[in-house]
Write a protein that binds this ligand. Structure first.
Ligand SMILES: Cc1ncc(COP(=O)(O)O)c(C=O)c1O
Length: 350
């Protein structure tokens, strides 16, 4: 409430206000690479759409991985483009550079690429960057669950100029309720802000755009949240380390390799068999809520009437039914770990 004083003093509550600007600048200082700036937006989905609008993709195609949440292809549709769905690398669960190359070869009108950081895992993305550089196309990263742990030394962003979008939804670690954060090279910021503000030009003519602005109430929550991240993230990392040990000891489960500085909004596990309603029910009966993400993938999940293209999706189709996420808590303790271990053993032996 105290953080809102500036908004009440000025009687100014939205449209890139003092608090939203202060929060974006502070987040940029903590999380972004030099030369990058941050803009807050109403959701990750709206942020992805605004960036695609700023990149002028309407009427052309956008490549993206099959293994992602509904919001990724929906942002492409909202920006007036057609998705080209690509396969993932079975080791990282991320967009495969080879599959992306196959998409470029099959579709000469791909205007941009969206790479997804599944579950907010922060990996090296140089393979995809190289393919985008080769075909001279911009790279947008959907890192919905990736914000919270400072990125060791470097920060998000690179000399390549990729644009990265994060979710601040209540289910994420840096949570304000509904919101998103766009990290972009300083030269792109004005175009993105315009797309978030109905596409208005200075003379009030307008192009592609929407309302994706972030109000001062959410900015105040974000300023409070920023102050808590240093306490929250290590607890979540400890919880993930606990799961690493547990699943390694159990054997037969795939877990995230090279997770990087992820804040662990959730802990993904790949089972040997498909995760069915019976599996979910067995864990629920023992007090653990596990959720299937990103299931079904884009190709099987989208049942609307818009045009969509896909290349070979063998790897995504082979793993998406077997993946489920375990809860990660910011108040993780060794007592909680003992309880969880006992409940997981009980579920798997039933
Ligand atoms: C990969 C991915 N993209 C986009 C979103 C949507 O984010 P938001 O709810 O902020 O629009 C999610 C939400 O979980 C997601 O996992």
């Amino acid at each position: 409430m105290r953080l809102l004083d500036a908004a009440y003093d000025q009687r100014y509550f939205s449209n890139f206000g003092t608090l939203a600007t202060r929060l974006a600048d502070r987040m940029a200082a903590v999380y972004l690479a030099p030369g990058y700036q941050g803009v807050l937006c109403s959701s990750n989905t709206a942020g992805l759409t605004a960036v695609l609008q700023a990149l002028d993709v309407a009427g052309r195609k956008v490549a993206l991985p099959d293994f992602t949440f509904a919001a990724t292809p929906q942002a492409v549709f909202a920006a007036g483009a057609t998705p080209v769905v690509c396969d993932i690398d079975p080791q990282t669960w991320e967009l495969s550079p080879e599959s992306l190359r196959a998409a470029f070869e099959a579709h000469s009108d791909i205007a941009a690429v969206i790479h997804v950081r599944p579950f907010g895992l922060i990996r090296d993305i140089s393979g995809v960057r190289t393919v985008c550089a080769e075909y001279e196309r911009p790279l947008l990263i959907d890192a919905a669950a990736g914000l919270g742990a400072p990125k060791d030394g470097a920060g998000f962003g690179s000399a390549f100029g990729e644009i990265e979008v994060f979710s601040l939804h209540a289910t994420k670690v840096f949570a304000v309720g509904e919101g998103g954060f766009i990290a972009a090279p300083a030269s792109m910021i004005q175009k993105i802000r315009a797309a978030m503000n109905f596409g208005f030009n200075p003379d009030r003519t307008y192009g592609e755009g929407q309302n994706a602005k972030f109000d001062e109430f959410r900015a105040a929550i974000g300023l409070a949240m920023l102050g808590k991240m240093d306490a929250i993230v290590p607890k979540r990392q400890a919880h993930a380390a606990f799961y690493d040990e547990l699943f390694a000891a159990l054997g037969g489960f795939g877990t995230a390799q090279d997770p990087g500085p992820t804040p662990w909004s959730t802990y993904p596990v790949v089972f040997e068999q498909p995760v069915t309603a019976t599996t979910l029910g067995a864990f629920a009966d023992n007090g653990i809520e596990i959720k299937k993400y990103y299931w079904p993938g884009v190709r099987r999940g989208y049942v609307g009437g818009r045009e969509m293209h896909a290349v070979d999706l063998t790897q995504s189709l082979a793993m998406q039914d077997r993946c489920a996420c375990f809860p990660v808590y910011s108040d993780f303790s060794s007592d909680m770990g003992s309880q969880l271990r006992e409940r997981v053993f009980r579920t798997l032996s039933s």
